[in-house]
Design a protein around this ligand. Structure first.
Ligand code: UD1
Length: 418
């Protein structure tokens, strides 16, 4: 079993280019099946979730090959419309293939998706969107059997702006005849990236980034080349790491406007941050202060995916900070692990209150999910002694080389076999 070992107390210094966004690349890889041609996805991070997408695409009969930072997907030979249960369980995003396969093949068969344990993660809105487009979905026996040979454009109103449901609706709508309007759509930058990709394929999609997305379906699609946006959550992780450890770090390849709430929180905590276009520089001495309540919300609110790493950064801050998790029901599994390192966090339902402590001590801790793992590493960078983060398979789902990147910035951190 592999672990990440961190010796706390080193400052971080240097420059880093942030990887392509996981949450962009996964729906884009699913979208590749729409065109029946060759797509080149540039800046495709090396992540376990990307591997899983590759395995799904190959199972469907597509050819997938990596060329350095690029992934090439040829969906011309696609001859299946099912996804085996073991691939579905590996990640939540496997469900985005549903809309794409349905649009391409007129049918799809798959089981319920897996992914990080963040409380119940229903897919009712995904299914509602597809049913609105005319798909018939049989959910008996844990398998989703979908038929939709004649999907028709319509209005889809999402009761909450689910990222995945918005993406599934966009992909399926590309294969529907006529106009689809998605209301209360998610506004995340990754949705905008998906729209740009679909447009390059020849699809008529507009409105991404706002709450109303319109798709004129039935266009002839072709292969294309697309470069993914930078990963704002990975960037948030490195900013929180630098804020906690102190130092001077410059991140490149990510749009600072995608991180405005994270940057504002770290500035309030006492960090100096300057940013322009695709560069963010943080300087700080590691001494932070508590900040106004952090309430997670759909974009452009504070990202739920950055809640754990910001919390970890504030563990030694002067004063207290309240966190309110509004997106997922149970996204505080990092709290009990952080407590093993001496953190003082009071938890009640959706609210966690961090009371800064003078010092953290290294400990053996366990990544229970992807962002929990990243938060434990951020805590380890500022703890006295050695922290060993176990179960790093969760981290590898979303970070290409977390330990390597932080080591390049001067942290004493490495991956070890235990
Ligand atoms: C995406 C991100 C994930 C991020 C999340 C919220 C990807 C691959 N993953 O996940 O990193 O944490 O957005 O920003 O992009 N919900 C329902 N019914 C549904 C769908 C969702 O009730 O059919 C609820 C969920 O339980 C959750 C909330 O809506 O409470 C938001 O979920 P959603 O936006 O769908 O997140 P994901 O697309 O799964």
């Amino acid at each position: 079993m592999r672990a990440i070992t961190v010796e706390g107390g080193r400052r971080l210094r240097g420059e880093l280019t942030v990887q392509g966004a996981k949450n962009s690349v996964l729906p884009i890889l699913a979208a590749c099946v729409l065109c029946g041609g060759v797509c080149r996805i540039r800046r495709c991070p090396r992540l376990d979730d990307v591997e899983t997408c590759g395995a799904i695409l190959r199972h469907l009969g597509c050819r997938v090959c990596r060329q350095g930072e690029d992934l090439l997907v040829d969906s011309s030979g696609m001859d299946r419309w099912d996804i085996p249960d073991d691939l579905m369980r590996r990640m939540r995003s496997s469900v985005i293939f549903l809309g794409a396969i349905l649009a391409r093949c007129g049918r799809a068969e798959l089981s319920y998706p897996g992914g990080c344990e963040l409380g119940p993660r229903p897919i009712d809105l995904h299914l509602l969107a597809l049913r609105r487009l005319g798909a018939e979905i049989d959910e008996s026996g844990g398998t989703l059997r979908c038929r939709g040979e004649g999907l028709r454009g319509t209005e889809i109103v999402l009761s909450l702006p689910s990222v995945g449901a918005t993406e599934n609706a966009m992909l399926a709508a590309c294969g529907a005849r006529g106009t689809t309007v998605i209301c209360n759509a998610a506004r995340e930058p990754e949705i905008v990236d998906l729209q740009r990709f679909l447009q390059k394929m020849g699809a008529e999609v507009r409105g991404a980034g706002t709450s109303t997305i319109t798709v004129e379906g039935g266009r002839r699609l072709r292969g294309c080349c697309h470069r993914c946006i930078g990963d704002r959550i990975v960037a948030a992780t490195y900013l929180c790491a630098a804020a906690a450890a102190g130092g001077d770090v410059c991140l490149k390849g990510v749009d600072y406007r995608h991180l405005s709430t994270v940057i504002a929180a770290l500035q309030q905590a006492g960090c100096r941050i300057v940013s322009r276009d695709r560069m963010i520089r943080l300087t700080g001495d590691g001494a932070l202060r508590g900040i106004c309540p952090v309430r997670t919300a759909p974009y452009p609110g504070f990202p739920t995916d950055a809640q754990a790493v910001l919390m970890a950064a504030l563990l030694r801050s002067e004063g207290t900070t309240m966190f309110v998790e509004n997106v997922f029901q149970s996204r505080y599994r990092h709290v009990s692990e952080l407590a093993r390192m001496g953190a003082d966090i009071r938890l009640e339902g959706r609210v966690a209150v961090v009371c800064g402590v003078p010092r953290l001590r290294g400990a053996a801790v366990r990544a229970t999910d992807l962002r929990c793992g990243a938060a434990l590493v951020v805590a380890g960078l500022q703890a006295e002694g050695t922290t060993r983060v176990e179960e790093i398979r969760h981290i590898k789902r979303g970070y290409g080389d977390l330990a390597g990147d932080l080591a390049r910035l001067g942290a004493e951190i490495r991956e070890t076999e235990i």
